[in-house]
Write a protein that binds this ligand. Structure first.
Ligand code: NAD
Ligand code: LMR
Length: 326
């Protein structure tokens, strides 16, 4: 058994938090040899509900759960944290785009970025889930300057999983047979699910699926799935979002298998002409907590146009929050 790691989760009494904490505690993210101490953050009015969640975690008697701390103080929640899931923030409602949340949620990530820099362990890795997650991660990264830029991530793994599920349904394959399904850009309707470089059962996706469907219905379904779920459920995706957050951090922790590509929104170093410093979803490989952008992927005119559009959107979001970027 390894020494326990400290895992901070914000918005821990919310819908995603509730779906995520039990899977973290049961070893679904860091494996069955890795004990964890959960450090849960909520707003003060959410503390009573969080007490109840902590009681349920206790009652589950997870062997890997070596401690649960609950607090409304970010400095306490991030103390010594090795891993941090930044979920706490407002979800959108039916009539909103994710970007409409910038004003409500952006400021949260200034305080939390600072608290992470001041308190977290030197090996901390941060995943921002709260929307608009790319730009919130950008805000946190700027506020938490002392933490290296490659540690700040935003979540597009849910989009990757959605794309895999749609391709599996279309081709009759199992979701696990769809590989290298990378998302480029923003976690928003402008994202580009890169079907050109994806595979089904080892075959290139465009060689087995009609291109008009890929460029049309597939892309639209993946890009607007969050809204479709809000319309159907009356609330934003929660269990699938929690599963994707666990997938993202598990991939970062365990690494990608040889030849495997995953999607992570990370700080651009200028790869593929994406402006440096944007939090942008790239095809990546990962190993022991570190990632690298996959180089040399072919991008046709359609892909380049989509990537230009999602880049423009992220630049405009950055402009909107420029006062929050220290
Ligand atoms: P929710 O409203 O059920 O829960 C959010 C929780 O966060 C609440 O309990 C609230 O009290 C808490 N909170 C708010 N501000 C906080 C702060 N400053 N510090 C600590 N806690 C705080 O919402 P949810 O369904 O869990 O969704 C959370 C966020 O995740 C939303 O912004 C949603 O849009 C986003 N989301 C992102 C993805 C993605 O793929 N990136 C997917 C689904 C949802
Ligand atoms: C999702 O993709 O399900 C989330 O980002 C929630 C939303 O607002 O779409």
């Amino acid at each position: 058994m390894n020494a326990p790691i400290r895992v901070a989760v914000t918005g821990a009494a919310g819908n995603i938090g509730y779906a995520m904490l039990f899977r973290l505690a049961s070893g679904d993210c860091y494996g069955k040899n890795q004990p964890i101490i959960l450090q849960c953050l909520e707003l003060t009015p959410g503390m009573k509900a969080l007490e109840g969640v902590a009681m349920e975690l206790q009652d589950s008697a997870f062997p890997l759960l070596h401690g649960i701390e609950i607090t409304d103080d970010a400095n306490v929640a991030f103390k010594g944290a090795n891993q941090a899931f930044l979920v706490g923030s407002r979800p959108r409602t039916k009539d909103m785009n994710r970007a409409d949340l910038i004003t409500a949620n952006g400021p949260i990530f200034v305080g939390q970025g600072k608290a992470i820099a001041a308190n977290a362990a030197s090996d901390v890795r941060v995943l921002v889930v709260g929307n608009p997650c790319n730009t919130n991660a950008l805000i946190a990264m700027h506020a938490g300057k002392a933490v290296p830029r490659d540690r700040w991530h935003a979540m597009t793994r849910l989009d990757e999983n959605r794309a895999k599920a749609q391709l599996a349904k279309k081709t009759g394959a199992l979701p696990g047979e769809v590989t290298n399904m990378a998302i480029w850009g923003n976690h928003s309707d402008t994202m580009f699910p890169d079907f050109n470089n994806a595979k089904v059962g080892g075959a290139s996706v465009p060689s087995v699926v009609d291109r008009a469907w890929l460029e049309g219905e597939f892309l639209k379904t993946v890009a607007t799935r969050g809204k479709a779920i809000i319309e159907a459920r009356g609330a934003s995706s929660a269990a699938s979002a929690a599963a994707a957050a666990i997938d993202h951090m598990a991939t970062l922790w365990n690494g990608t298998a040889p030849g495997e590509i995953s999607s992570m929104a990370v700080c651009s170093n200028g790869a593929y002409g994406v402006p440096e410093g944007l939090i942008f979803s790239f095809p990546v490989t990962a190993s022991a907590g570190n990632w690298s952008v996959v180089e040399g992927l072919e991008l046709d005119e359609f892909a380049r146009a989509r990537i230009a559009a999602t880049t423009a959107e992220l630049l405009s979001e950055r402009e909107t929050v420029k006062d929050l970027l220290a």
